[in-house]
Design a protein around this ligand. Structure first.
Ligand code: 13P
Ligand code: SF4
Length: 322
């Protein structure tokens, strides 16, 4: 405890000395989500879209990214003049790892002329081959904005199927999908959620787009709930009159929700993203201490300039979309 408090103090001081800001995702452990103005370390806390916009607008010299590698890369793509540091390069993502730029080129050769929507949970070389990016917050609107009867959506198979269910009903468009899966959200099986629904029949169910499609159908029957992005889930809880919720998403989002809505109750099967949990207070401190020293490069996110410029195009299109 005492060591943690000291580390937080040192991080706050180093941020000032080294002109750095900390961006923190909603799936970070709670101690990494406390805002600077509340005595914590985070200058901005958000979902992947919010963090991208925040990264683009950073004026400080350094961005310390408390999230996973594809998010830190996106920050670098959008704001290349800044040095972006990731406290651990073990912070991957099963979705981002599931597909390469070469895979997308093969898909495009197989489906010539079909537009490619790449989920933000991809690496730069994958984004570089896409027409537009999306996050879980704008995926539905972006997918529906394309004319034509086919669309390549990658790499999340379940999210693609969940989008397809809604899109088919409205426009009849066919989504061509990849086989990527989020190793966290794929664990929210129908059995798991249905078991909890039986124990808590009054609860509404909150599921992320990345949850299996056969879970989603069951999850939303009865007391209702929402399938959506992290922000959609947060907003839904705020607007719902219900008091009790079952969360089908990352464990620490449960802690975030409890902090935001202390009067409500959250039933959270605690499945943590092992990648997000690589980021800790001690590692964040190490990254800040490395600034200006030889170890700085161990934390630095660097991208081939050619790839960066190509990947910027679909990200900018996504940001312009809103
Ligand atoms: P959000 O876009 O909702 O922040 O999701 C990021 C993520 O990694 C989901 O698993
Ligand atoms: Fe990737 Fe899933 Fe972890 Fe999000 S929760 S970073 S999608 S593995």
């Amino acid at each position: 405890e005492a060591a943690l408090i000291e580390a937080v103090e040192e991080i706050r001081e180093l941020k000032r000395q080294k002109n750095a800001v900390i961006l923190s995702h909603f799936y970070m452990p709670p101690e990494l989500q406390v805002k600077h103005e509340d005595g914590g370390i985070a200058d901005f806390v958000g979902d992947s879209l919010g963090l991208s916009v925040a990264a683009k607008n950073v004026e400080a010299d350094y961005i310390i990214f408390c999230g996973v590698k594809f998010m830190a890369e996106t920050a670098k793509i959008l704001n290349p003049a800044k040095t972006v540091l990731l406290p651990s390069f073990e912070a991957g993502c099963s979705l981002a790892e599931s597909i390469t730029g070469a895979d997308v080129r093969k898909l495009k050769a197989h489906y010539p002329g079909v537009p490619v929507v790449a989920y933000i949970n991809t690496y730069a070389e994958t984004k570089a081959e896409a027409d537009i990016c999306c996050t879980s917050r704008n995926a539905m609107d972006i997918a529906q904005s394309f004319e034509g009867d086919q669309l390549i959506f990658l790499p999340d198979l379940f999210m693609g199927r969940n989008l397809q269910t809604k899109i088919k009903a409205e426009t009849g468009k066919e989504l061509i999908l990849w086989e990527g899966k989020c190793e966290v959200h794929e664990q929210f099986t129908p059995q798991r959620i249905n078991g909890l629904k039986m124990m808590y029949p009054e609860a509404q169910v909150l599921v992320h787009w990345e949850v299996p499609d056969n879970t989603v159908a069951d999850a939303l029957t009865g007391t209702g709930g929402v399938v959506g992005s992290t922000s959609d889930i947060i907003r839904f809880v705020g607007e719902s009159d219900n008091r009790q919720f079952i969360l089908g998403s990352e464990c620490d989002l449960g802690a975030t929700l409890r902090g935001m809505y202390p009067e409500k109750e959250f039933i959270v099967p605690c499945i943590k993203c092992p990648h997000m949990k690589q980021i800790t207070i001690p590692r964040t401190l190490q990254a800040l201490r490395a600034i200006g020293n030889a170890e700085e490069q161990l934390f630095e996110v660097s991208l081939d300039e050619e790839i960066r410029k190509k990947a910027l195009v679909p990200i900018e299109r996504m940001l312009a979309f809103a």
